[in-house]
Design a protein around this ligand. Structure first.
Ligand SMILES: [Fe+2]
Ligand SMILES: [Fe+2]
Length: 422
């Protein structure tokens, strides 16, 4: 006895296409806002969910194509009102408001619709959709649980403007056709929402306001013992946030590129945030407070964002080319010092970096389509050299403003060496 509705392939493919669009465009908005986000727990959560959502979008896109929908990436006109709504999400007035829009309006609406799709579609004829949605649903539920655990810690979590913005978005989503469409013009009632300027990523990534002001992440002297060497490596790791923000910004700033670029950039973003978390974790285990005992500073962005995102992409790609070699050496070095957790961090980081080199080259070709291979190599080398010179100059001229951090680092290292004598 059938309890589901009969649904032809054309209808199913349009529903699946619209789910793909929702996940893809909300992921792009999350990537854009992630750069601005000051909340450290919020930033880490977004990086992880950006990658999960990109994987979900990939599954939905593939299923849409299987359902005889041949133009899923170019035929955006059919969902243009929905896409316009989602592209305005990063205009939120605070971290709490942005997360509220994504996690109390968009994702719950998607969750409810995917459950309804499963309940109403033929489990044999449309079995591959059931498999795909069956993979997505638990991860989407996990994302919502992770948001709920975080939301209560955000200071502006329950403000009236956040509630009003969520109510406006709920009405707007329904007015433009909801999750399954068909796509509709939501009309003049929402003119103010669409009248807001297009979001542009800030010139440097947001950091927790409670963290100490800092100029640069690299300590102004060499480590004097193996424990300091561990700390220096971990500070470098913790500050890879800029490297997570760079692919995130690319995802937002470049619209309409080939889908694999976005999928890979989402993974790249999450990997770099994991590398930052490795440093945070190592330092926390040694008694260091993040952003207070050591700097957490977007110094790469502060130095080069005025040249455009392409320059940050070149710098990241240039630095990553030495990543596998450096991380494999660090793995050996830390193993010899019996820092097995640190060695394992470097081992997995090394594995991630090998993928990033190909992601970076593909993005450089997309951002600079006219550049020859020789020009890419020359421009990459030029900015890496310039960055190394910047670090040397700031150290030599005493511009590093590291003295306060160095006093705290030396104090923490002394405490650690006393607690764990060699
Ligand atoms: Fe990294
Ligand atoms: Fe990397």
């Amino acid at each position: 006895m059938h309890t589901f509705l009969l649904r032809d392939v054309d209808t199913a493919s349009e529903m699946m296409r619209r789910c793909y669009r929702i996940v893809k465009e909300s992921m792009r908005s999350m990537a854009g806002y992630m750069v601005k986000m000051q909340s450290w727990p919020g930033k880490k959560m977004l990086a992880k969910h950006i990658w999960l959502d990109a994987v979900h979008a990939d599954w939905l896109r593939t299923r849409t194509l299987e359902l005889r929908y041949p133009r899923v990436d170019v035929d955006e006109d059919s969902d243009r009102h929905l896409i316009r709504v989602l592209e305005k999400l990063p205009n939120a007035s605070s971290d709490a408001e942005f997360l509220s829009l994504v996690y109390t309006v968009i994702k719950p609406a998607l969750l409810e619709s995917l459950r309804a799709y499963l309940a109403q579609s033929d489990p044999l004829d449309d079995a591959p959709s059931h498999i795909v949605l069956g993979r997505i649903l638990p991860e989407l539920e996990m994302e919502l649980h992770e948001y709920e655990a975080l939301a209560s810690t955000l200071t502006a979590g329950a403000s009236s403007s956040t509630t009003a913005a969520a109510q406006e978005l709920t009405g707007l989503l329904a007015a433009c056709g909801g999750v399954f469409g068909p796509d509709r013009d939501p009309g003049e009632a929402f003119a103010a929402y669409f009248g807001r300027p297009d979001y542009v990523v800030p010139s440097e990534g947001g950091r927790e306001p409670s963290w100490s002001p800092a100029v640069m992440q690299v300590p102004p002297r060499e480590p004097r013992n193996p424990i300091e060497r561990r700390v220096w490596i971990a500070i470098d790791h913790a500050n890879e946030v800029w490297a997570a923000e760079t692919p995130a910004a690319l995802i937002w700033a470049y619209k309409g590129l080939a889908w694999p670029l976005y999928l890979n950039a989402a993974r790249w973003c999450y990997d770099e945030m994991r590398h930052a978390m490795m440093g945070e974790q190592r330092l926390a285990a040694m008694g260091f407070e993040i952003g207070v005992d050591y700097p957490m500073v977007p110094d790469h962005w502060r130095t080069y964002s005025h040249r455009g995102l392409g320059s940050l992409l070149l710098l990241l790609h240039g630095l990553e080319q030495k990543g596998p070699l450096n991380k494999s050496k660090m793995k050996l070095e830390l193993t010899e010092q019996h820092d097995l957790e640190g060695a394992q961090d470097c081992d997995y980081d090394w594995a991630d970096e090998s993928g990033h080199i190909s992601f970076g080259l593909a993005w450089i070709k997309a951002v600079f389509p006219d550049w020859s291979k020789e020009r890419i190599m020359a421009e990459t080398q030029e900015i890496v050299t310039d960055w190394v010179d910047w670090i040397k100059r700031y150290h030599a001229e005493g511009l590093h403003q590291y003295d306060g951090f160095m006093a705290r680092i030396e104090g923490r290292v002394a405490d650690y060496m006393e607690a764990y004598p060699a």
